[in-house]
Design a protein around this ligand. Sequence first.
Ligand code: 5GP
Length: 192
Amino acid sequence: MKKGMLLMLMGPSGSGKNTLKAHIEKVFGDKLSFVTSYTSRAPRPGEIEGKTYHYVSRGEFETMRDAGKFIESAEYGGNYYGIPLDAVQDALKNGNILFREIEHKGYQQIKAAVSHDQYRLIFVDGGDWEHLKRRILGRAPMSENELALRKESYNIEMALKHEADAVIVNEDGKVAAAERAIESVVRDMIGK
Ligand code: 5GP
């Protein structure tokens, strides 16, 4: 029987996770399932309900969380995020391979709940903090407080890098190399 698996993409803010995820969707769109998480944050321009996220209120999220609807959930930047349990259970039962980006608290919960033969962690290393800070501030203005929170998450996530099954280095100006690297890693992980 085909073995189901959850591939998780983790990396600090500004490391380029979204670009790499878009590449994986383009290349492996028909081979992977992209589970849609729930969030309490507002949709950003261009995001699509049911595809980017399911958007719910904080109250709705808490009700779902307390009813055990999430395999993991976390608060990040003042908003909730959670992966629906039923989608993961169905995928694993049916031998599908799920792909999902995640922050570190969620990863820790998955690690505690799922055996390693059913998940893999891909870590995106976008360089040192000064580097990432420039990228983050280049995207949009941000308060000192929010930047300090991102730095805190950066320190925690970098300390988990050694647990990853694969590390993708995403240096400035070398995104094509990072895309090739993650493509090859995912190909190996899914055996295609
Ligand atoms: P954003 O608001 O930029 O879409 O995501 C913020 C952070 O939440 C990112 O680090 C992203 O990887 C993480 N994230 C997205 N979906 C989930 C999820 O379902 N669970 C957890 N724990 N983190 C998530």
